[in-house]
Design a protein around this ligand. Sequence first.
Ligand code: FAD
Length: 546
Amino acid sequence: MASMEFDFIVVGAGSAGCVLADRLTRCGRHSVLLVEAGGSDRKLKIRVPIGYGFTFMDPSVNWCYDTEPDPELNGRSAYWPRGKVIGGSSSINAMVYCRGLPHDFDDWAESGAEGWNWDKVRPVFERTETKARRRDGRLETTGNGPLWVTDEADQAHPVTERFIHAASEAGWPTTTDLNGAQKEGLGIFHNTTRKGWRCSASDAFLRPALGRGNLAVISSAVVERILFDGNQATGIAYRHDGVTHNAMARREVIVSSGAVNSPKLLQLSGLGPAARLKDKGIEVRADLPEIGGGLQDHLAINYYYEATVPTLNNRLQPWPSRVTAALQYALTRRGMLSLGINQCGGFIRSSAQATRADMQIYCNPATYSTGSGTAPQIDPEPGFLLSFQPCRPTSRGRIDIASDDPRAPPKISPNSLTTNEDRDAVIRGARLLGELIKTPTMAKIIKSTRQPDPTSMSDSDLLADFKQRASTVYHPTCTCRMGTDAANSVLDARLRVHGMDRLRVIDASAFPNVTSGNTNAPTIMLAQRGADVILEDTAAAGGPVQ
Ligand SMILES: Cc1cc2nc3c(=O)[nH]c(=O)nc-3n(C[C@H](O)[C@H](O)[C@H](O)COP(=O)(O)OP(=O)(O)OC[C@H]3O[C@@H](n4cnc5c(N)ncnc54)[C@H](O)[C@@H]3O)c2cc1C
């Protein structure tokens, strides 16, 4: 087949790729090809917020990865869902909207990503968001960004009020907006939803751009290799309907395949640690040892409680209340189907000495169990779960190709809990949660504890329990991180691969360090700013700019 030519080629229609497709085509003067391995996102299980549970292990929309055995997690392998669908992981995520904390971005700048400090990125978040909430039954919005962020406080399950009251009893701060002026404290999460539907990156950015004649989207097509002329990226080779095609880029190839697949694609294309590539039979184009390195993720542990009061289990489990909820949703787009399961949480300091919030807490008004290969099952009796996640782990893992076959999953080595700092944080997190559990309000609503009770365990037992039960909260980042040079990073601060020409990586893999909370918002911000940078560079090179 004859190869096609575009100004820009974006690989991956996930959180970042959808933003780039919109921004780079907006002025009408650049042509863009967006290539996505997965298929359409026009599915109810994606669009209806509560459908999250159904996509969690569904290979039709999910890469369904498993990690290598993780030595410090007792050799356990973890399940890593990743979106394989238009919208990427933003189509299957739990929708919590969390910018992160200001020092996360100041730390990015300090580690070499000049220009990515909080003062620079904050306006980018602001112009991206439309904030929505209901007051006196009416929907109010502020801002006019494409991404809707909805305050669900008026719909959260009533038991969340108890969690927030307990937080005050524990001496913790509370907040109504963890992305606002009061970033620390327990409160109700805001979600990426719009009038009762999921607002994925596809909904917010790609769909409005689809009518533009200068945007081509090819789905169900896996990019297998980046094409080069010397050190200059010139295009891609992708597989669609069993046939390999080439597409050429006049200006740039932008890899937005996510923190797992971006390093994989670069390595398959001959960029990465030379010895590993040779070992897999790949011809080395550039020895860039940090491609795939630097992996950071968040680990969390859940403690499950049976409740003395009704929780979401009472609404989600019995069939009559499911039918009522479905009817309410069909008629009003409101009710429990319009919400995620993570309703309450926030950033808390684990000690009086801490200079910044170092734990993210989750208080979910339901309990459920996850079996292998099935959607999470809601328990019949009322219950809730409490969880903590150390915000800024210091351990770093790797992601590398396992073979030269593009169809083979990569080797994910999280390398969790390999620093003393991370092991200490786990104990502090459990003790912090213990402060909440011991409050009078929580004592009233806890009927029984299903898992080991963190309030009566020694430090070594808490750590042992964490190693045995903790799991990812699906925030892999940093595998192509920005920094100063190829010895400590993959990209410069303008997201260009060190030593290569016309090649950028723009997605969660470009984070220099994981942010303190959920990673969708900072990925979208990174792509917005990445688009600014591309358009500036294009203008400087004599091309049109919007
Ligand atoms: C189950 C789950 C729950 C989560 N919950 C939350 C949450 O509540 N809040 C939050 O902020 N974050 C959450 N996250 C994390 C957040 O969604 C991600 O950090 C973010 O979406 C990452 O965006 P990305 O652009 O880097 O990658 P992705 O959105 O994953 O996009 C990468 C895209 O590239 C495509 N692709 C990959 N390889 C190729 C190839 N070779 N050829 C063509 N296409 C390719 C993929 O199919 C995918 O569509 C969650 C993630 C998961 C998986």
